[in-house]
Design a protein around this ligand. Structure first.
Ligand code: NAD
Length: 270
């Protein structure tokens, strides 16, 4: 398992378990326990996923100490708009049964983001968050935060996979030493329709899913694939015993087509 060094000096595990659309109960608890068994040390949730209680229960009942697991949550858009980021974070901490999160993100760039980000800066000072960052922030949104804030975000979590290179957001993030986390790294399951991943993977004795996730890692992108299936969670964690050749990386790069499977941060209505 590798880590990514953030601009605040912390080491964030490069692989995490995503739990969007995982129910607030046994499904999420089991998935997190299986992930920890498989060596994951990072869980990505959000207030809007409605499963922070289950994430908290899973961490409490796991055999792994809290301080060994990187925990990310996110402030939802309505809370940002209503200027209640500090309260929203307190509510998340309560549901998660923790004193701090390792990372808290503004989920989407909505009206009020700069003020909300300033609230996150205060959460850093009070120790409720060890790091703060952004999600779905495109170039101009990143600049607004840099102008209105005093702490550079550590991470920008954006949709990223072989069909969506997100050059503008990544260039703006790189220029400010903001690490990238890929959401939907497995294209929400659509990677299965692209034969190239399986063909390349076969040469390394790896699956199509492992090939896509490894491509992300070799592009210096943190991955948080979602699965609630024990075998797939294990499979998605076996990424650190092979390396794709430059030629194979480039062959996958060629698949880029600006295709999103999730909402577009330039045009969304929630
Ligand atoms: P994903 O790309 O991780 O794909 C998940 C789907 O792929 C699963 O439901 C499953 O059907 C399939 N899958 C997973 N592993 C597989 C395997 N080994 N073989 C075959 N099929 C497999 O999609 P996602 O859930 O959208 O994204 C991952 C995480 O990113 C989320 O759970 C969430 O934590 C985060 N996320 C964040 C945002 C945001 O706005 N910040 C948006 C979407 C997702």
């Amino acid at each position: 398992m590798t880590t990514t060094k953030l601009n605040n000096g912390l080491e964030m595990p490069s692989l995490g378990l995503g739990v969007w659309q995982s129910e607030n109960g046994k499904e999420t608890i089991d998935a997190i326990h299986w992930a920890l068994e498989a060596g994951y040390r990072h869980v990505d949730t959000a207030r809007i996923y409605n499963n922070e209680e289950a994430v908290g229960k899973a961490l409490k009942t796991a055999g792994t100490d809290r301080d060994k697991v990187w925990l990310t949550t996110k402030i939802w858009n309505d809370d940002i708009r209503q200027a209640r980021t500090a309260d929203a974070l307190d509510e998340s901490l309560k549901r998660l049964q923790v004193d701090y999160v390792d990372l808290v993100l503004l989920h989407w760039p909505v009206e009020g983001s700069v003020k909300a980000y300033n609230e996150l800066e205060r959460a850093l000072e009070s120790g409720k968050a060890r790091s703060i960052g952004l999600s779905n922030f495109m170039e101009k949104d990143i600049h607004l935060i840099l102008e209105g804030g005093s702490v550079v975000p550590v991470v920008n979590q954006i949709e990223y996979h072989p069909y969506l290179a997100q050059e503008d957001a990544i260039t703006a993030s790189d220029a400010n030493d903001i690490a990238i986390t890929a959401w939907s790294p497995l294209m929400q399951g659509n990677f299965l329709k692209e034969p190239l991943f399986g063909e390349i993977g076969e040469r390394y004795g790896k699956t199509a899913a492992q090939t896509v996730l490894r491509w992300c890692l070799q592009n210096d992108v943190i991955v948080i694939p979602k699965s609630t299936n024990r075998g797939r969670i294990r499979e998605n964690g076996e990424l650190f015993d092979f390396e794709l050749s430059e030629e194979d990386i480039q062959a996958i790069d060629q698949l880029e087509r600006g295709k999103r499977f999730g909402s577009d941060p330039h045009d969304f209505n929630f």
